[in-house]
Design a protein around this ligand. Structure first.
Ligand code: SF4
Ligand code: SF4
Length: 293
């Protein structure tokens, strides 16, 4: 396959970093398709924060993958010291502890590792252990660094994996593919972001959820702009809303069978010349709206 990756990373000051979050108010708008294709055209690092379903690597297929485990702390009760007073159970805001009168039981997946239980225990009966809840992977697609977090199946808390993933981002432009919706996973991601791209589709649900995403990025005071995916000629409801709200539209990606076929076979849209042109024009607009050189 032809390499289209721009030399952007080399143009930048060594430690320059711009974290651009890509989010959508709802799932299924094509957020990952847009993030992966834009990463290739811009030459930006691709960071998959949709840790419950990270599927960007299916399209980018990075090589030389390194991985490391993400661990969280959990309390361990020493029964030889514990008097079953129940103070730790009372203080836990997450209902992660229960007093059965025979032992203090931990529901580890509810534990937020806050250590309040240890602080209130007058008998020094609580220490902390570590358990694995997920993995961080890092690989390379030409000069694009690809990173993703993977939350283990059955785990309830994605935020520690997201935070670990975003802790040491590489220099350059980082396109951060957020979880869908406006949940705390997205909020945690936005805390590490400088600007945002909102991906939407021209449907009633798309518009409704775009409004929620706009409210969220505005609450963070982040500069942002919109990309309309699956655009059909004549349906201008998103454009009307953006005009009213004074929101920049970076581009429209048409609803097309060819795009759906490429997506379902794991291909990048930029392999199709007409889509490559669209992504190049979105990138030009992006550089004007969020200048990084
Ligand atoms: S606070 Fe300490 S002593 Fe009391 S029940 Fe909890 S672990 Fe046991
Ligand atoms: S560390 Fe915090 S969340 Fe976990 S059991 Fe103790 S008090 Fe509850």
């Amino acid at each position: 396959m032809e390499v289209w990756v721009w030399q952007q990373a080399e143009d930048l000051e060594e430690e320059y970093k711009l974290n651009l979050a890509v989010l959508s108010g709802k799932g299924g708008t094509g957020k990952t398709t847009i993030s992966t294709n834009l990463s290739v055209i811009i030459g930006a690092n691709y960071i998959d924060c949709d840790v419950e379903e990270p599927n960007g690597f299916i399209f980018l297929k990075p090589s030389q993958i390194k991985s490391k485990e993400v661990k969280v702390d959990y309390p361990v009760v020493d029964s030889s010291r514990c008097t079953l007073c129940g103070e730790c159970v009372k203080v836990c805001q997450f209902n992660a502890l229960a007093n059965t009168k025979k032992e203090i039981m931990l529901f580890e997946k509810l534990c937020h590792s806050c250590r309040a239980c240890q602080i209130v225990c007058k008998h020094n009966a609580i220490t902390f252990g570590k358990r694995v809840i997920g993995t961080i992977e890092e690989g390379q697609y030409y000069n694009v660094i690809c990173k993703r977090g993977i939350l283990n199946v059955g785990e309830a808390m994605a935020v520690p994996v997201i935070k670990e993933l975003l802790k040491n981002l590489p220099a350059g432009v980082n396109l951060i593919d957020c979880a869908p919706g406006t949940s705390c996973n997205v909020v945690s991601t936005l805390q590490y972001s400088d600007s945002a791209i909102l991906v939407t589709e021209p449907t009633s649900f798309g518009l409704n959820d775009l409004k929620m995403a706009v409210e969220l990025v505005r609450s963070f005071n982040l500069p942002f702009a919109v990309i309309i995916n699956k655009y059909r000629e004549g349906d201008d409801r998103i454009q009307s809303y953006c005009k009213k709200e004074n929101i920049e539209i970076l581009g429209l990606i048409p609803y097309d069978r060819k795009a759906a076929e490429a997506y379902s076979s794991g291909k990048m849209l930029v392999e199709l010349p007409e889509y490559r042109e669209i992504f190049e024009s979105i990138t030009e607009r992006l550089r004007e709206v969020f200048p990084w050189n």
